[in-house]
Each structure stands twice: as C-alpha cells, then as structure tokens.
Design a binder for this molecule. Structure first.
Ligand code: SF4
Ligand code: SF4
Length: 194
C-alpha cells in the first residue's frame, strides 16, 4: 500500500489515459442494435406462426403446452354431403387461436406435436411491447408471421431422391396422398348416429 502512494497522481493518470486510448482503438465487440441487425440462423426461434387453414382445432398443442399459454375456441358446423345420397357431416371451425408470448418459454412442443403442420417457427423476434397484454397474439397476428417463415431446409445432398425411395419401398410415393386424406378426413368429423 505504501508503494502505491509513492507512485503519485500524474503517473496514475497517464497510465489510465493510455489504457483508455488502447481500448478506444480496439474494434468493438458489441452490435449497434437496432441500427445493426444480428445475423441470426434461419431456424432461430423468434415467434410462432399459425397457418390457420391447416388447423383442425384438435387441441393437441394446447394440451401439450407446458405453460398453458395456447387458447383455442371452436365450434362445429354441419357440412352437406359431398355426393348425392351421402350423409351430412360435422366440421370443426376455428373461432379463436391465441398464444400468450408473455408466458411462452419457446420450447417448441406445440410445433412438434401439431399433426397438421399448422404451426411454424419464424426467426422474427422484434415484437417487444410496452404493455404485457399486447404479447397475447391472436389468430390474425399469428397468421401474419407466416410471411416470415423460411422455406423448408434443402434435402441432404446424400439423401436418395424421392423417386428412388418410392421405388425401394413402394410406399413413399403414396405418403403425400395419405397425408392429404388425413387432412380432409380429420377436419370433417362424421356425424354421430342418434
Ligand atoms: S413453444 Fe412451448 S410454451 Fe410456447 S406455446 Fe408452444 S408449447 Fe407452449
Ligand atoms: S395441434 Fe395443430 S391442428 Fe391441432 S389445434 Fe394445435 S395448431 Fe391446430
């Protein structure tokens, strides 16, 4: 301690100024956000987007969400038979789909469990609000995020072509059609016999 006192005010000041000058010349390690946008990976978990046409109101995402922050309301409508002599059917109609991002922990479970590809990750992250209630995104707002969802990742160059897979298994070619059938039939629930 006695040694330090002897070093004096001026040498200490010069040493401090030298340190400041050295630091000022170094390149900055911080980004000037929001003037500079971060280069995020395309599959970043920013916000969840909803393709509401695909949603069948099956409630799977709402049931699996660990935070209980997905709110879904729907009603049933009777659809006339597609062909003459057929039976009228009932169809789920989505009235409300909302996610409260003030509760969401971005685990992605809802996206993983959705059997109908109605939910997607968007890398968009600039939706901070000054009022926490505005973090409740309703169906229309969730739908607007779809425009920011990146296209699916390219297939691995080493992966066999789709036509090769179809030839090997005899099933792959039929798979897309099978998905289509599920989409239609699951939206349309047969009317229960009374
Ligand atoms: S990401 Fe996780 S916490 Fe957020 S809505 Fe989906 S399931 Fe719920
Ligand atoms: S799991 Fe998918 S289809 Fe089912 S309610 Fe959720 S978003 Fe809609």
């Amino acid at each position: 301690m006695a040694e330090k006192k002897k070093s004096g005010f001026v040498p200490g000041l010069l040493s401090g100024m030298a340190t400041t000058a050295r630091t000022a010349m170094r390149p900055a390690h911080t980004q000037h956000y929001p003037h500079e946008k971060p280069a995020l990976p395309p599959r970043s978990r920013g916000v969840i987007a909803l393709q509401h046409e695909n949603c069948t109101s099956c409630m799977l995402c709402a049931r699996e969400c660990p935070d209980w922050c997905i709110y879904i309301d729907s009603h049933k409508e009777t659809v006339p038979p597609a062909t003459e002599g057929g039976r009228a059917r009932q169809q789920n109609v989505l009235d409300r789909f909302a996610i409260d991002f003030s509760l969401c922990m971005y685990c992605g479970i809802c996206i993983e469990v959705c059997p109908f590809d109605a939910l997607y990750w968007s890398p968009e992250f600039e939706y901070a609000e000054t009022d926490i209630r505005d973090l409740l995104h309703e169906k229309d707002r969730l739908g607007q995020w779809m425009a920011t969802v990146p296209p699916p990742a390219a297939v691995d160059p080493g992966a066999p072509a789709e036509s090769d897979q179809a030839g090997q298994t005899g099933q792959a070619a039929a798979a897309p059609e099978a998905v289509k059938v599920i989409l239609v039939t699951d939206k349309v629930v047969p009317e229960a016999d009374s």
